[in-house]
Design a protein around this ligand. Structure first.
Ligand code: FNR
Length: 364
């Protein structure tokens, strides 16, 4: 069945044609008019390659490190919520797939699987824990201690969700913005991590915390036994704030176009952030990565690694652990091919000059 699915768009089509539309809408949605959601993909197409020839590309190396941990390719799995909506093994299957492909899996605070169940299978795998700060800094600190005990190697603090963006379709009906997620899980599923943190009646307390500032993040970082990554950075100003707060890495993201509609696409924001960071910490990105050439473009613009959100969900929906593995394999093979065709042999050695914005290409 899934041998006919040869690219990530095929997985998306297949998943969305079979999923209950309430869930399909939830995963596919962007905010408001979905301009940023579309730009995340469209802006990759505005970048063109300047390949080099005759450079002996017989051997190509895709492996790299993130925060000192080896990964076999520079593509990890971004934190996304509620994997059990699409497959009964949920986050466990996604984590197993990432592990078997030798790459990073980031577990969402909104997971439908207990952290211990995912972490329990990590071995040497690079697993990160994504944290939303719900109530206060102290609760976040306790959560990071737990993540450390479970063996997660870093904490990804998502900073772009002081309130929830306006996604128009929730649970199969259109709604105006209520600034809370509003999504209702079917009765057999639980937000396992939130329940562990806040207890069963989490309807009120799991609202995002709107009063956070960089000072709070600095407090969290200073007490954290794990490196902290700030996810949701789009500007040089915030990259600077994240570094000042002590973060070990900066993660360029617009939450897959689900928060403020009209913000820069992630690939457009990346050069500004990379320039501001100036090599002081690692920079990652997500948003709209669907092909190996997208990965190569992001790496050329300075990302150390990229992450995929929806494509992993769609792989999971289509084929469980195997489906996620296949999605990563497709991206890996496409990346390798694109590198060979561009004269690149190592993901850690990609010149900025490999890509050019189409507006800078001389026209006849
Ligand atoms: C997300 N994202 C997200 N981010 C986060 O930090 N914590 C979370 O729980 C979630 N949950 C979530 C659910 C769904 C359904 C989506 C689509 C996204 C954002 C996610 O980590 C990532 O930034 C985007 O998904 C990347 O864009 P692509 O790859 O989906 O285009």
């Amino acid at each position: 069945m899934d041998t006919e699915l040869i690219c990530l768009d095929d997985y998306e089509r297949q998943a969305l044609s079979t999923l209950d539309t309430r869930y399909g809408d939830f995963f596919a949605a962007g905010a408001d008019d979905e301009q940023t959601l579309q730009d995340n993909r469209a802006d990759f197409k505005k970048l063109r390659f300047r390949p080099r020839m005759m450079r002996n590309v017989a051997d190509v190396s895709l492996s790299t490190t993130i925060l000192g941990n080896l990964i076999s390719l520079p593509v990890g799995i971004a934190p996304t919520s509620r994997h059990k909506l699409v497959h009964h093994l949920g986050e466990e299957a996604t984590a197993r797939a990432a592990k078997s492909m030798g790459t990073c899996f980031c577990l969402s605070t909104y997971a439908t699987t207990k952290a211990a169940e995912v972490a329990g299978l990590s071995g040497d795998a690079t697993q990160w824990f994504q944290l939303y700060i719900f109530k206060d800094v102290q609760m976040a600190q306790r959560q990071i201690q737990k993540a450390k005990k479970h063996g997660f190697k870093a904490v990804v603090v998502t900073v772009d969700l002081p309130v929830v963006g306006n996604r128009r379709k929730v649970n199969g009906t259109r709604k105006a913005n209520s600034a809370i997620d509003g999504f209702e899980l079917p009765p057999h599923l639980r937000h396992e991590i939130i329940e562990e943190l806040l207890g069963r009646d989490n309807s009120v307390t799991s609202k995002p915390c709107s009063h956070l500032t960089w000072k709070d993040l600095a407090m969290i970082v200073s007490a954290s036994p794990l490196p902290v990554i700030a996810k949701g950075i789009l500007t040089e100003e915030d990259a600077e704030q994240a570094i000042k707060a002590g973060c070990s890495a900066v993660y360029v993201s617009n939450h897959g176009g689900r928060q403020l509609d009209g913000v820069y696409s992630s690939i457009s924001a990346l050069p500004e952030v990379v320039k501001a960071v100036g090599g002081r910490v690692e920079v990652y990105m997500d948003g709209g990565i669907r092909t190996g050439t997208d990965v190569l473009k992001a790496l050329a613009l300075g990302a150390r690694a990229v992450f995929i959100g929806r494509p992993a969900i769609y792989g999971l929906a289509v084929g469980g652990e195997k489906g996620v593995r296949r999605v990563i394999t497709i991206l890996r093979d496409e990346l390798k091919l694109a590198m060979q065709l561009s004269g690149i042999t190592d993901v850690n050695d990609i010149p900025r000059s490999l890509v050019q914005h189409e507006s800078l290409i001389p026209r006849l």
